[in-house]
Design a protein around this ligand. Structure first.
Ligand code: 2AM
Ligand code: CA
Ligand code: CA
Ligand code: CA
Length: 270
């Protein structure tokens, strides 16, 4: 291993330890009734647990790596714009304390703590952890992708007709003529089926593990996908924007797949 690989390896293992501990804290907090509030509307929710988990993780990272920057969802929501463009140099941690908050509130066991680490703006490793099922997905650049320590690989489907796809709607996008609705109409009937499971980070990991064939979603933020995209790429997947160009953090559209159906999926969505 060269020096950078070794540094990234150490960072990933520190992220895994912190995320597992945060998962235990989250499960503890779930024993009590959970206070929630709306952000922009009834589909855009945050709970006190999101904020506690985020503060817990940020505290640990600041202690270990005071010179690394952090971008996290709820901190960003409070107008504290530690945005990517301002601070994309060096090592940065991109955190979604609970991805799939709506599932969390409804106690559907499909939500995750997502931590991606980037260097000079590009993901170098990531961890996505479902604290209820204890599924832990992780990857490091050029090191492969893993679920609970076992190597994972994308699926082998070659046609849209044999593909199981997932998507989701941004909170502002449910009008009948919206892109999201048009895409549903295009895909339903062509693919094997479509799912809206509700946590982008885990959806990317499900493509990585060969369970889903592809995933597309508009309006996601860096914290939804920073960890998931490195895990998917390391499992043999491809992530682009809707133009078909390599996905970059901050892009508004995302199309991900097992690679084999990528071109067909991008062209269906255009
Ligand atoms: P969240 O639970 O952390 O908000 C659901 O389709 C996926 O989209 C989840 O990963 C969810 O993350 C994400 N998402 C991002 N912005 C959203 C928004 N404004 N409303 C609903 N889901 C959003
Ligand atoms: Ca949210
Ligand atoms: Ca999210
Ligand atoms: Ca979240």
């Amino acid at each position: 291993m060269n020096q950078i690989d070794e540094t990234v390896h150490t960072l990933l293992h520190s992220a895994i330890t912190h995320v597992k501990n945060a998962g235990e804290l989250l499960i503890d907090l779930m024993r009590k009734p959970i206070d929630m509030k709306e952000k922009i509307n009834q589909s855009d929710l945050v709970t006190e647990v999101d904020v506690i988990i985020e503060e817990y993780l940020c505290g640990l990272i600041r202690e270990d790596y005071p010179d690394h920057w952090i971008l996290s969802e709820e901190d960003n929501a409070q107008g504290n714009k530690g945005g990517l463009s301002q601070s994309s140099e060096g090592y940065g941690w991109i955190i979604d304390p609970i991805d799939g908050t709506t599932n969390f509130i409804h106690r559907i066991p499909y939500f995750a703590i997502s931590v991606g680490i980037v260097k000079d703006g590009f993901p170098v490793c990531g961890v996505v952890y479902n604290p209820l099922t204890k599924d832990l997905y992780s990857a490091q650049i050029n090191g492969g992708a893993f679920l609970n320590g076992e190597r994972i690989q994308v699926g082998s489907e070659k046609e849209i007709s044999e593909s199981l796809l997932a998507t989701g709607f941004p909170a502002y996008d449910w009008k009948s003529n919206s892109d999201g609705m048009k895409h549903m109409e295009t895909i339903v009937g062509k693919a094997r089926s479509i799912r809206i499971i509700g946590a982008a980070s885990l959806d990317l990991c499900m493509v990585a593990a060969g369970k889903l064939t592809g995933f597309f979603h508009d309006g996601l933020h860096p914290w939804d996908v920073a960890a998931g995209i490195i895990i998917l790429k390391e499992a043999g997947g491809t992530v682009t924007n809707r133009e078909g160009n390599a996905f970059r953090l901050g892009d508004h559209t995302l199309v991900a797949s097992n690679t084999r159906i990528q071109e067909a999926l991008v062209s269906l969505l255009n």
